[in-house]
Design a protein around this ligand. Structure first.
Ligand SMILES: Nc1ncnc2c1ncn2[C@@H]1O[C@H](COP(=O)(O)OP(=O)(O)O)[C@@H](O)[C@H]1O
Ligand SMILES: [Mg+2]
Length: 238
């Protein structure tokens, strides 16, 4: 199987402090890979470096066989690497529909955009009913759905999700998990899921990496990782 994304030995610094050290991650095409780790471990930093938002001090990132290290964010998005950021970052005073449209700003294929709008409304039926409502007036769960839908509107081959469960009730987290899985199954979209909620992550992912203070500590397929004693201790309370 081909890897859609290969991160090789990246190091990311903020000034003199090292936030991410020698991290390598492979994402096989069509798979869901999760990266779990505590607050401050460096998860968002890794995603932001993939997207060209923060520069890497060392190492390389290749996407679909092409070295994308150092490219501008808009060019990375155009290639099909898309981020749903931590904290959603919707435009609260714009309608749901307008927020979705903004996901497609790097695209020119009108037909494809119209099809994707139809697809996200079938994946999240509520969005169709709420299309004229201001995004900031939706519940947290609904806002997360809009954020994911906006990501889909950018036509991702790999969709990166930064802690989609943050601040949501358990029942809503389950729903978000099901929708991510459905996107993966229906469209074959590869997923990189960043989470602190290991129950969500292990429930839907194929592979898992664990990150602690900027370094990877374990990796493997999810079924193996569930049996890993260190992982059990760190993330499942024994
Ligand atoms: N813009 C920044 N400037 C300086 N330090 C940062 C910045 N962003 C994150 N950090 C630091 O880098 C480390 C990793 O942060 P982050 O990637 O946000 O972790 P996570 O997403 O796993 O919670 C933390 O120590 C954090 O304080
Ligand atoms: Mg983060």
């Amino acid at each position: 199987m081909n890897n859609i994304l290969e991160i090789k030995d990246i190091t990311v610094k903020y000034g003199k402090s090292i936030a991410v050290k020698n991290v390598s991650i492979d994402i096989p095409e069509g798979n869901i890979v999760t990266l779990v780790g505590a607050n401050g471990a460096g998860k968002s930093t890794i995603l932001n470096s993939l997207m060209g938002i923060v520069p890497v001090a060392d190492g390389t990132i290749s996407f679909m066989g092409e070295d994308i290290t150092g490219l501008a964010t808009k060019d990375i998005v155009r290639k099909g690497l898309v981020l749903v950021p931590e904290g959603r970052h919707l435009f609260p005073y714009l309608s749901v529909y307008k927020n979705l449209q903004l996901g497609a700003t790097q695209r020119t294929d009108r037909q494809g955009i119209a099809e994707d709008l139809e697809f996200v409304c079938s994946l999240f039926p509520k969005l169709r009913d709420r299309s004229k409502q201001k995004a900031g007036t939706l519940s947290g769960g609904e806002q997360q759905m809009v954020a994911i839908a906006r990501g889909i509107m950018a036509n991702p081959k790999l969709l990166c999700l930064d802690e989609p469960s943050l601040g949501l009730a358990p029942i809503v987290i389950e729903e978000v998990g099901r929708k991510i899985k459905e996107l993966n199954e229906k469209r074959g979209t590869s997923i990189l899921l960043i989470e602190q909620n290991v129950h969500l992550a292990f429930g839907i992912a194929d592979y898992c990496y664990t990150l602690q203070v900027g370094s990877l500590t374990a990796k493997g397929c999810v079924d193996e990782m569930k049996q890993n004693d260190a992982v059990k201790k760190a993330y499942f309370g024994g």
